[in-house]
Write a protein that binds this ligand. Sequence first.
Ligand SMILES: [Zn+2]
Length: 117
Amino acid sequence: MSKVECQCCKKMMVPKVITSAPFYISGIPVGGRAPESSVCPFCLSPKWMLTEHQALAAGKANAEFYGLMVLALVNIVAFVRFGELVGGIALAVSVATVLMRARMIRALRRRLGRKAS
Ligand SMILES: [Zn+2]
């Protein structure tokens, strides 16, 4: 990774990536490990970047985090209200959605990249 200047403390640094903790549903870790945001290692500010592209990337990471939160909540409700069978199905559908979404975003990026170049 290349060093960038922190917009808060003006030091040259490599942004520290913060990863989300996984959710545990019936002992199964769900989500987590995906880069959530990045902070300056010196002043710990998440606002080290001010460029539009980087701000958008942070916004997207937040949107993904809330998406995972909603999926986790849906799974918890399914477990509590309908028992393990339906909960298990909901969990499988959620995991499939997350995996498919990653693939779709990658395909979209490739298409956008081609358009931009
Ligand atoms: Zn800083």
